[in-house]
Design a binder for this molecule. Structure first.
Ligand code: UDP
Length: 250
């Protein structure tokens, strides 16, 4: 569809700006292909999977906003983003959630023999996720891992370990904004690889946290399911209506 508000391009990627964040408008399958090409070409790539909460965080925190604007790709992680894009008449076809993208990349990695480094989550969830990857994707090599509860003085050594391991894919699962800040701070020191912040995905992979059933996801109520399962998140989730309000005004 051609209209006078054509999606802009962000480093060759078709995007639409939502509250100053350049969201990729690629479908899920196209996103997986794009990430695959970047990995195979060994191009340093920061992927942010951004939900409304992250967009609101970026509204309040200028340096975090800059990190999102400089990332090679920001994917629409949540139905709120898809709705906001529709209001702008620059449709995003579907959600691209962190967990689903992670699974899809592991699947591709299985055939390509990719290596992965897992940084973040509790020690238990971190080892649990590694075990699940070995079981479900034996073609993927886990070349290093580190739980996400380390002191600042351990960072240098962790960066060295990632440099030595040279993974194709670096998963940073320490929650936003910490994971994105971590990637932005160290990306220049790391070999070229795909770096992605994946929030609670290692917890889900390890079976510590359950994702909403498929039918709940298909009626776009995953956010409600998460709220009911982890009521302590209610304060964070106020960002969803706030996001919709600001996106509507925009
Ligand atoms: N986490 C971590 N280090 C920290 C704080 C959190 O590794 O200092 C991990 C935590 O164990 C969890 C993930 O980061 O696995 C954050 O999960 P959350 O559900 O908050 O992320 P979301 O997907 O909502 O961004």
């Amino acid at each position: 569809m051609v209209n006078n508000k054509q999606a802009s391009h962000h480093g060759g990627l078709p995007t639409t700006l939502i509250l100053d964040i350049p969201f990729s408008t690629l479908t899920f399958a196209e996103t997986v292909d794009w990430c695959t090409q970047r990995i195979e070409a060994k191009e340093a790539t920061h992927v942010v999977t951004a939900n409304p909460e992250i967009v609101m965080m970026a509204q309040r925190n200028l340096s975090f906003r800059r990190i999102l604007q400089e990332a090679e790709m920001v994917t629409p992680d949540g139905i709120g983003i898809v709705i906001a894009a529709k209001w702008r008449n620059q449709p995003i076809y579907e959600r691209v959630t962190g967990y689903d993208l992670f699974q899809a990349l592991l699947q591709v990695g299985e055939t390509k023999g990719w290596s992965v480094f897992l940084l973040g989550a509790s020690p238990d969830a971190n080892t649990g996720a590694e075990a699940k990857i070995k079981e479900r994707f034996p073609g993927v090599r886990v070349v290093g891992r580190q739980h996400g509860y380390f002191p600042p003085e351990a960072e240098g050594r962790i960066v060295e370990r990632i440099q030595e391991a040279k993974p194709d894919l670096l998963v940073v699962a320490m929650g936003a904004p910490r994971q994105e800040e971590w990637i932005a701070r160290y990306r220049e020191e790391l070999p070229p690889m795909l770096m992605i912040g994946l929030g609670g995905s290692l917890d889900v992979m390890a079976g510590k946290v359950k994702r909403a059933p498929q039918w709940v996801q298909s009626i776009h109520m995953e956010w409600l399911y998460r709220l009911l399962k982890q009521p302590s998140r209610w304060k964070r989730m106020l960002d969803l209506p706030r996001f919709l309000y600001h996106a509507w005004k925009e």
